[in-house]
Write a protein that binds this ligand. Structure first.
Ligand SMILES: Cc1cc2nc3c(=O)[nH]c(=O)nc-3n(C[C@H](O)[C@H](O)[C@H](O)COP(=O)(O)OP(=O)(O)OC[C@H]3O[C@@H](n4cnc5c(N)ncnc54)[C@H](O)[C@@H]3O)c2cc1C
Length: 245
């Protein structure tokens, strides 16, 4: 909210702190082996938690790219998702995470991709209770944040990818995500459809570049143009695909 206030977003006259709801600040393994992360877990606890490190190291890596230890000790994973442009979002989208909300008439749950497409809680005044990531993570994951310097920097481009292969060359399942700057990260579903069931040839990889740039539709700002962002996102995702072969 501090970032949004500095960017000129009007600040509400009253704030209600959720900080004391301890039950929403823990991380546990569910009966089916998934990882349930309480929405109020601070980013640093999430990054260093043994379950996250062991079962979902890519999330730990992505959170490590957020700001500085001081900010990570204060900011929560739920706040990062609801902020709309948080750096934890691309990996959570790539891992097809689920969000659970406490609403007036009970708990409601939805895919993070569905929430981000509308950016609206399922009910007025709903509280995000937790984020669940399926585990074990079967495929390979990739995450990269590009900023204007090494650390403590807003993202210019952030990408993530999850892919599972049927054999050494053919893609079984893939989720590709691009975001950065003021762009809410989004799944590149048309590009994903282009790849599923296909063998990763040089021609296919090269032909994807234009599609990634178009579907990512990243917009520019004073720090980086739209064209630069789209090109970087496409190059990073294609390089990650190439490294799979
Ligand atoms: C100096 C600085 C640098 C930063 N750098 C980065 C960075 O590099 N990368 C990055 O991703 N972020 C960055 N941030 C943004 C921010 O710190 C993080 O996104 C953080 O995770 C926000 O968490 P929070 O708990 O403070 O959320 P808040 O700011 O308190 O909340 C964000 C929004 O979500 C709502 N909300 C929060 N929790 C819930 C809930 N459980 N249920 C319902 N609504 C909720 C709030 O009402 C608010 O509208 C930075 C912030 C600062 C101040």
């Amino acid at each position: 909210m501090q970032m949004q206030r500095e960017q000129g977003v009007s600040f509400p006259p009253h704030l209600i702190s959720l900080e004391r709801i301890q039950e929403l600040a823990d991380i546990e393994e569910t009966v089916d082996g998934s990882i349930r992360i309480g929405a109020l877990t601070d980013l640093e606890s999430c990054r260093t938690h043994p379950l996250v490190r062991r079962k979902c190291p890519i999330l730990s890596e992505a959170i490590g790219a957020i700001a500085s230890p001081a900010v990570r000790n204060r900011g929560t994973i739920g706040g990062n998702v609801l902020y709309g442009v948080g750096d934890a979002i691309p990996v959570l989208l790539a891992l097809d995470a689920r969000l659970s909300w406490f609403c007036e008439n009970g708990i409601r749950s939805e895919w993070i991709n569905d929430y981000l497409s509308k950016q609206e809680a399922p009910a007025k005044a709903a509280i995000l209770t937790d984020i669940t990531v399926a585990s074990p993570v079967k495929g390979r994951c990739f995450f990269r944040k590009i900023g204007r310097r090494e650390t403590f920097v807003p993202s210019v481009v952030t990408v993530a990818m999850y892919r599972e292969m049927t054999d050494r060359h053919t893609i079984k399942e893939i989720r590709m995500v691009a975001g950065g700057g003021v762009n809410t990260p989004r799944r590149l579903k048309m590009c994903e459809r282009e790849l599923i069931g296909k063998e990763l040839t040089d021609d296919l990889i090269v032909s994807l570049s234009a599609g990634i740039k178009e579907e990512a539709a990243l917009i520019g700002d004073v720090f980086a143009s739209a064209d630069y962002r789209r090109t970087v996102a496409a190059n990073l995702l294609l390089a990650a695909l190439q490294s799979d072969r």
